[in-house]
Each structure stands twice: as structure tokens, then as C-alpha cells.
Design a binder for this molecule. Structure first.
Ligand code: NAD
Length: 354
């Protein structure tokens, strides 16, 4: 088949990447979708079982820091668009091992930019390099109702956000210096199915189910803006196709939650779905020492995306969280599988003595 486009998605076996790969493979049967992933602890091909045999889907196991492998992929598949998600993505891990974050998020992004530049060698018509980034690059807000806009100055605080900020800067530098047609989006916290259970929502759903403690940083006062992952994937599709070259788009749900309130919602929903009496699992809340440099509040203004490209979140939070809890309760096998081995050792080490 002659495909109309050949899109490379990096990190497609991860949480957001797998939702995006599924969306693109199903929505565009006339595109060849190449998923390149190193399959770290966070990448699971099990996340893509339902589409793995679709004729327009390809998988390549490779590291984004491996220039030769990238050059081969650009040549073999005549790649004309990149949507780059591969990253080390967990803030706690970045505090334990910052260099791993510099390697993948900074050097990996730079290696990918260079591979795109060389493969396209100035023939940029119809090409696009899209970097999927985070709102954490903007730093932290006070409890004063202000929001991050696309003009907010970068002020990252964790090794994770510093590495993502740096990769955003390299993407802009390749646009400004070499004319590479790039676009960036900065999104708030995502939730939904297939998220690796070291992140707050799947971790807590699983712990509530198994009557395990719910480690809450500090007093649980930190505020995050939450977006349903499928809404993020839709936004990425839209920005990839219709965003302006060299531009940045914020993506968020206008949906701020204090951690402790979010945890109470999860307790209520899990207990109800498991047929437990309301409040049964309140006792599992366990306050632990706050994360070093923990940002107080993130909240994102996605008005530009709404006004320019007509995107809006499709799900109310209550509906999204109920869907998400149901999914994790129905997929215990997936959870058991991805939390065995290496992850289990990390988790025990992380929370030992707390
Ligand atoms: P994830 O950790 O679930 O998935 C990351 C994927 O990248 C995994 O499949 C992993 O195997 C792969 N990967 C890691 N290192 C690699 C390497 N060197 N080479 C190739 N593949 C590699 O992450 P996620 O939560 O899906 O996040 C995806 C992207 O979206 C990241 O760039 C992240 O910064 C960004 N983001 C995430 C959120 C969120 O709430 N999760 C919010 C905004 C932006």
C-alpha cells in the first residue's frame, strides 16, 4: 500500500504514547505509523495488544540516543513527521538519578532532532517535528488563581522538568537556527488507562483495592490540573496537523485538584465500586515527608488551543475518574504483570521505612 504519510511516534509503548498510537492507527488507515520505543520499565507492548496486527502499524525497538538506529528508521520508512514522546517521565526517579533524565530527555531529543534535520536536509515542505512536553517547565504557581500561559517564563525546579525545559529549548533552537518545522505542546497531568502504576492515580487505585497505605506527600496541599489522556491524544493529533510551525500550545483541563481531595475522590469511587461501605479506606491515608523542591501548584491556560484549533476536553473529571477506576479494577492482570520484577524492587526501595 502507498501510504499518504509516514509518522514516527517515539515512546509509543508508554502511557500517553500508546493512546496516541492507537488513535493515529485507527483514525488514519492511510498513514504508516512507526512506534519507536526502547521498552524501559515504563514501556509495555501489552498496552497496544488491540492494534498490533493492524496493517499500518510498525514497531521498532530502539533508543532515541542511538543516532544510527534513528537514521535507519528515517530512511527505511521515509519518515515525514515525528511526534516525540519518549522520555524518562517520573519526577521521583529524576531526583534519584538525574543523569538518566539528561541522557534520554536532553541528549535523546537532540539526537532525534539531528536525525530529522539530516534525513530531511532542508526539504522541509510537508515535514513536521512535534515535541510533546509538560507544564512543569513553567515552575510553580501560588494559590492566587494565576495560570501558565504560552508566554510564562520557564522556571523548572526538578531534574525532570529541567530536562524537559532543556529539550524544549533545543527544539526551538533547531527551528530558529536550521528552519526545522517544529511545534511544541506543554500539557498538564494526565490520567487514564495504561498508566504505569508508580504515578499517583493508578498507584492509589491499586493500593486502595489491596488495603495498602496511600503515601501522601506533605499535607497533600499541592495542586495539579488533571486531563483525561484520550483528550490529550486528540489535542496532539490536532496540533500535529493544524498547529503553526515554530509555535507552542498549552494543553490542560481547567481542572485543578488538591492532592488530598483527589485521593478522597478515588477512595470514594474505589470503595463504592468494590461494594465497600463509604469511608472504609480513609484509614489508608499516610502522610510522608514532602518531595524535595515539590512545586505547590500547576494550572494551565489552554485558551489558545481552544480559540485557534477548537479543542476542548471532552470528559468531566467525575466521569473520567470513574472510567479510569473501573479500568484498573478490571485489569488486575495488566497491573500485576507490569509491577513485577524491576519495578517491584524500585517501589520497595522508594517507600522502605516510610
Ligand atoms: P511513560 O513513562 O509512560 O512512557 C515513556 C515511554 O518512553 C516508554 O514507553 C519508554 O519505554 C520510552 N522510552 C524511555 N526512554 C527511551 C529511550 N531512551 N528511547 C526510546 N524510548 C524510550 O511517559 P508518559 O507519561 O506517557 O509521557 C510521555 C511524554 O509526555 C513524555 O515526554 C512526558 O514528558 C510528556 N508528558 C507527560 C505527562 C503526564 O502526565 N504523564 C504530562 C505532560 C507531558
Amino acid at each position: 500500500m502507498n501510504y499518504r504519510r509516514h509518522i514516527l511516534i517515539t515512546g509509543g509503548a508508554g502511557f500517553i504514547g500508546s493512546h496516541l498510537v492507537r488513535l493515529m492507527v485507527n483514525t488514519y488507515p492511510d498513514y504508516e505509523i512507526v512506534n519507536l520505543d526502547k521498552l524501559t520499565y515504563a514501556g509495555n507492548l501489552e498496552n497496544l495488544k488491540d492494534i498490533e496486527f493492524k496493517p499500518n502499524y510498525r514497531f521498532v525497538k530502539a533508543d532515541i540516543c542511538d543516532a544510527e538506529a534513528l537514521n535507519r528508521v528515517f530512511a527505511d520508512y521515509a519518515i515525514d513527521g515525528v511526534i516525540h514522546l519518549a522520555a524518562e517521565s517520573h519526577v521521583d526517579r529524576s531526583i534519584k538519578d538525574p543523569l538518566a533524565f539528561a541522557r534520554t530527555n536532553v541528549m535523546g531529543t537532540l539526537t532525534l532532532l539531528q536525525a530529522a534535520k539530516e534525513a530531511w536536509s532542508g526539504a522541509y515542505e510537508g515535514k513536521r517535528f512535534y515535541h510533546v512536553s509538560t507544564d512543569e517547565v513553567y515552575g510553580a504557581l501560588e494559590f492566587d488563581g494565576t495560570l501558565f500561559t504560552e508566554e510564562t517564563k520557564y522556571d523548572p525546579h526538578s531534574p525532570y522538568s529541567a530536562s524537559k525545559a532543556s529539550s524544549d529549548h533545543f527544539v526551538r533552537a533547531y527551528h530558529d537556527t536550521f528552519g526545522l518545522p517544529t511545534v511544541i505542546s506543554n500539557c498538564s497531568n494526565n490520567y487514564g488507562s495504561y498508566q504505569f502504576p508508580e504515578k499517583l492515580i493508578p498507584l492509589f487505585i491499586n493500593n486502595i483495592r489491596h488495603n495498602k497505605p496511600l503515601p501522601v506527600y506533605g499535607k497533600g496541599e499541592n495542586v495539579r490540573d488533571w486531563l483525561y489522556v484520550e483528550d490529550h491524544a486528540r489535542a496532539i493529533d490536532l496540533i500535529f496537523h493544524r498547529g503553526k510551525d515554530g509555535d507552542t500550545y498549552n494543553i490542560g483541563g481547567f481542572n485543578e485538584w488538591k492532592n488530598i481531595d483527589l485521593i478522597k475522590v478515588m477512595i470514594r469511587v474505589v470503595d463504592r465500586l468494590l461494594g465497600r461501605e463509604e469511608g472504609t479506606s480513609d484509614k489508608l491515608i499516610t502522610y510522608v515527608t514532602d518531595r524535595a523542591g515539590h512545586d505547590l501548584r500547576y494550572a494551565i491556560d489552554s485558551t489558545k488551543l481552544k480559540n485557534e484549533l477548537g479543542w476542548e476536553p471532552s470528559l468531566q473529571f467525575e466521569e473520567g475518574i470513574e472510567k479510569t477506576v473501573r479500568w484498573y479494577l478490571d485489569h488486575q492482570g495488566w497491573l500485576d504483570h507490569v509491577t513485577s520484577g524491576e519495578y517491584l524492587r524500585y517501589y520497595e526501595d522508594m517507600y522502605a521505612g516510610r
